[in-house]
Ligand binder design. Structure first.
Ligand SMILES: Cc1ncc(COP(=O)(O)O)c(C=O)c1O
Length: 372
């Protein structure tokens, strides 16, 4: 391969180059208003994100992690309860459960989709199960119908960790409307990213909405009247204003991601060693990540890095093998699909402004690596 410019795994600067003027204007307006917390930008963003997710209410909070902790709390999870979740996810999914003193109960993933396997969930329901926390990994919805059926049978709420899949769809329904509550992260690298930390919970329940508005604001049901211990977890006006600008482009950006993914998959189809991501019938993937499975993953990563091609592993250590969960006693082999994924996945460059020529360089490098 010839020397050429580095290809980043993601490129936030490309976004800013395209829409920086509108972002600066939106921030200037917030500065002029001198209202920084719980103002009209946050309220408008809550309506807009709820609309995008096809539900009634949005509650802005300080991060995706806070969204998870507060959603679990609003769903009734408390110390000693069990929450079922996949081990192949970012640690925040598990640590939110632990933050409430509850016990994460892991359920292995489906090897095709990287999302939790519905049959694995059913096996792990006990009288102590208080919630099922489903992750839509890499931008693809989990197979929610059988999960909801099991949850309904047992009278357990379903919470979506929708940090990575805002805008994705499952059988015509948007992620965010698939469970009882859903948590969004606006971490800067997400498909809809703020310029700092921010998050939101969405739900169609008026009761949960009211509870969450109290919980995120010191447990205050009205000013200076706290009815229960709460947090200070509010989405600030500057982040909300920035997110509202970016939200106008989200549909275009996600279409671009899908086009890039299709281009990668066409080019990589002839490389026998590469397993490209599948989108099951009836799903709409938003390709937060374009993640392939390969043998000799670490060697491929090094090869790509030597050719200045950005790449990343989400996630190299499943939750059950992380030091934080050593006390649960799960050794290697406990969740074989999650462990196999952790050893085989690599995410390729993916961002809306990626060029066809860059995708072709990445695919060529991968083909050359496996051709030896
Ligand atoms: C699957 C998943 N859950 C939770 C989070 C936590 O979100 P945040 O970083 O906004 O706290 C993230 C992202 O960081 C994530 O990818």
């Amino acid at each position: 391969m010839s020397e050429s410019k580095p290809i980043p795994q993601m490129d936030l600067a490309a976004h800013y180059t395209a829409i920086g003027g509108e972002i600066r204007e939106a921030v200037t307006q917030v500065l002029a208003s001198q209202q920084f917390v719980l103002g009209k930008e946050g309220a408008a963003l809550e309506r807009e994100i709820a609309g995008l997710c096809g539900v009634q209410h949005g509650i802005g909070v300080a991060s995706g992690t806070d969204a998870l902790i507060l959603a679990l709390r609003a769903a009734g999870v408390a110390a000693g309860d069990e929450v079922i979740l996949p081990p192949f996810t970012f640690v925040a999914t598990g640590s939110a459960v632990s933050a409430l003193g509850a016990k994460p109960v892991f359920a292995d993933i489906d090897s095709e989709t990287f999302n939790v396997h519905p049959d694995e969930i059913s096996k792990r329901v006990t009288p102590r199960t208080r919630a099922i926390l489903v992750v839509h990994l890499y931008g693809l919805a989990a197979d929610i119908d059988p999960i909801r059926n099991a949850a309904t049978r047992h009278g357990i709420p379903v919470i979506e960790d929708n940090a990575q899949a805002i805008g994705a769809r499952y059988k015509g329904k948007p992620t965010g409307a698939l469970g009882d509550l859903a948590c969004v992260s606006f971490y800067p690298t997400k498909n809809l990213g703020a310029y700092g930390d921010a998050g939101m919970i969405v739900t169609s329940s008026g009761e949960i909405d009211a509870r969450l508005r109290t919980l995120r604001n010191h447990g205050q049901a009205s000013r200076y009247s706290s009815v229960e211990p709460g947090w200070n977890s509010r989405l600030d006006e500057i982040q909300a204003a920035i997110l509202r600008v970016k939200l106008r482009y989200l549909g275009d950006w996600e279409r671009a991601r899908r086009t890039h993914a299709a281009h990668y998959s066409r080019l990589l189809a002839s490389v026998r060693e590469v397993k490209t991501p599948k989108t099951p019938e009836g799903y709409e993937h938003v390709f937060h990540q374009y993640t392939i499975r390969v043998p000799r993953r670490n060697e491929l990563q090094k090869y790509l890095s030597d050719w200045m091609i950005g790449n990343a592993v989400y996630y190299p250590v499943p939750l059950h093998l992380q030091p934080i969960y050593a006390s649960l006693g799960h050794g290697p082999g406990s969740f074989p699909e999650a462990e196999r994924a952790a050893n085989e996945v690599v995410s390729l460059p993916m961002f809306p402004e990626l060029q066809a020529e860059q995708i072709e360089r990445v695919a060529k490098a991968i083909a050359e690596f496996f051709a030896g």
